[in-house]
Design a protein. Sequence first.
Length: 370
Amino acid sequence: MIEPKQKPKRSHLLSVAMLCTNILHGPPPPSVPTQTQVAKQGVAAYFKSLPKHAYDHLVNFAGMGDFELLKHEAEQGNSAFTMFNFAQERRIPSKEWSFNFGASDHSGFKKVVKVEQGLCAGFTVTLRKMNMLAFYDPKNIENQLVPSSKQEPEAWLDFMKSKIDDIMNLKMTIIPGFKNLRQFSTNPKIAHYLRTKIVSEWQATNINVYQGGIQAILGTRQKNFTATGAAKLHQHLKERLDLGYNPTVFLIQESEKLFTPDHWIHVLQVNGIEEMNADGSYVMRVWDINMKAPIYADEVAIMKADGTVSYQGRQLGNVVPLKWDDLEVSKMIKNNITFCAQRPDLCKSRESRTITQYKPDKASYFLPTD
């Protein structure tokens, strides 16, 4: 990652919003907004939508939401989380299940946003949604009515955009004509649309008190975890990894001051955790989307025996799970119960296979997703 060469003036709120430290050099087209402008737009949208989502947020925050019920049922042997079994190999960095562009390559965003502080939150959240909720049907054996990409390019693109929209709205969907995320995001127009979603997810993730941005900033003054805090974090992450998906966290560099322009904060998926040692130390494996090649994206954060955390040579002040994460995963499950009931073998497969490897007894097995 690249540290800012200058310290631009920002409001306290925007300091919360600007969570990664990558800078785009060179002006974008005049019509393209800056991240600051996108953040300001997000503030108005957030407070307008707050009453609609306040109840779910408060219930989930109190530990009495759907996620806790689903987790309890899973502990009793009736796990709804098995619907994500098909995507298990997508939980670790790989070429097939990465975008065909990197989070640190800002040149591709020139027509979307002027990147000022990076898009790690949006990139991580969008990537996880695509890998947890998308099925690929390269030969279209589901027989979806897909416009011709050559004869009706605009209609074809609108069709593919609708698939991405469904996934961003936490709905499982089957994408015809492609075999994996890498191939899907290789198409320039699809890649552009995915980038717009990354910016939208960045905005939604950061301009939200409940989701943890402000708490993350406040946590930078905490020089180290207590033994109890480190143990709770380990339990929190392990429980969710064992349920079959990757939780997301803020990594926050230690800082003496609040809301400074040079805060280093990174949002990543945790894709593994080692057993805790007798002295309380342990290792977290994370998917660092700033790394260009998937093999280099598999990184580790080390919780030391003295309660300090290190990542890529940085001394971290805190590691904070995103507060909305449990709520989002529970909504994924609720939104897709019918989808998976219609396709039980597809959802509960232990491998991340494509639809071409399934042989339904009846043509009606693969039902329309809309």
